[in-house]
Design a protein around this ligand. Structure first.
Ligand SMILES: Cc1cc2nc3c(=O)[nH]c(=O)nc-3n(C[C@H](O)[C@H](O)[C@H](O)COP(=O)(O)OP(=O)(O)OC[C@H]3O[C@@H](n4cnc5c(N)ncnc54)[C@H](O)[C@@H]3O)c2cc1C
Length: 276
């Protein structure tokens, strides 16, 4: 465990972008002793971001390590710490510990077709992985991205969709829960789109991230479609505190979600007393 995991560095906010009405994306430079320092991470890792005097929250890294420089975090305002973050401005400092967690098994994913399945802000950890895959396009097979939200204005990172659609052998399937004025795309829950598209398992890995109810049905549908548990990857968002496997707030059985996860294959999840 290195010092970055225990002692916060400074994350200086360079810019803030609105993702949806309740979610902001912070682009930060990492600093130590007043100097910008490099920050290396894998897709799917997270960091503990702190607002000094308020508290700390685990937040997924949504930028991709294939584009070094500023690091991006999308934060939905739900409570004390995230509200304080939303009150910050460019030039303000957060604390940052990380990168934390295991990240996606990108080397083992090479050569595979990838089906990304995301709901709502669940796209935040997947965005870094999607951009990693597209930046290393020849290492991966066909890419399909199924992404849904309750309404069009709740689709996160909409500025990415055209670029993703334009990538070779890549399809983006967007859906919203109910019809909305001006929306010409699919209407229906994410699991319904997974079923409708019926992409066969074959050489394909499915990577899912979203609200627990979406994950529950998606996992059932993938199993029914013949996906093996080892070919289904998901991330868990347990409540956690230290992020380094010390405090015991996020353990399930012998696993600490913060260090053994947050990314798990379904085959691994089934060996521990399970959420799903
Ligand atoms: C590995 C990991 C990655 C995450 N990535 C992101 C991200 O990229 N963007 C983002 O906006 N959020 C993310 N979260 C959730 C985020 O950590 C919580 O929303 C945040 O800590 C809430 O802090 P708060 O003080 O604002 O809210 P609190 O006042 O602590 O709680 C407000 C409400 O949020 C609920 N809540 C608190 N913590 C969590 C949690 N960990 N998961 C689910 N519900 C929670 C509480 O039960 C309560 O209902 C992630 C969580 C984990 C564990």
């Amino acid at each position: 465990m290195n010092e970055l995991m225990m002692i916060p560095l400074i994350a200086r906010i360079r810019s803030i972008r609105e993702v949806t009405f309740d979610t902001l994306m912070f682009e930060v430079a990492i600093e130590k002793d007043g100097k910008e320092v490099p920050f290396s991470y894998l897709p799917g890792q997270f960091a503990e971001l702190s607002v000094f005097g308020v508290g700390e929250s685990p937040i997924s890294i949504t930028s991709t390590c294939t584009r070094p420089g500023l690091v991006e975090f999308a934060v939905r305002e739900v409570g004390l710490v995230t509200e304080a973050m939303h009150n910050m401005r460019p030039g303000d400092n957060m604390g940052i510990r990380g990168p934390l967690g295991n990240g996606f098994p990108v080397d083992e994913m090479k050569g595979k077709d990838i089906l990304f399945i995301a709901g709502g802000i669940g796209l935040a950890p997947l965005r870094g992985l999607i951009n990693y895959v597209l930046d290393n396009r020849s290492d991966f097979g066909a890419v399909d991205i199924i992404y849904g939200a309750r309404a069009p204005n709740l689709l996160c990172f909409d500025w990415e969709f055209d670029t993703w659609k334009a990538a070779p052998d890549t399809r983006v399937h967007l859906t919203i829960d109910a019809p909305a004025a001006g929306w010409n795309g699919s209407v229906g829950f994410v699991p319904a789109i997974v079923k409708e598209l019926a992409l066969p398992p074959g050489n394909r890995l499915a990577v899912a991230c979203g609200p627990p109810i979406m994950i529950k049905y998606v996992l059932e549908d993938l199993a029914a479609a013949g996906y093996r548990d080892e070919d289904v990857i998901t991330t868990l968002e347990m409540k956690m505190k230290c992020g380094v496997g010390k405090c015991g707030r996020c353990n399930i059985g012998a696993k600490y979600i913060c260090v053994d996860g947050p990314v798990f294959r379904l085959s691994e999840l089934k060996t521990i007393p399970s959420e799903y």
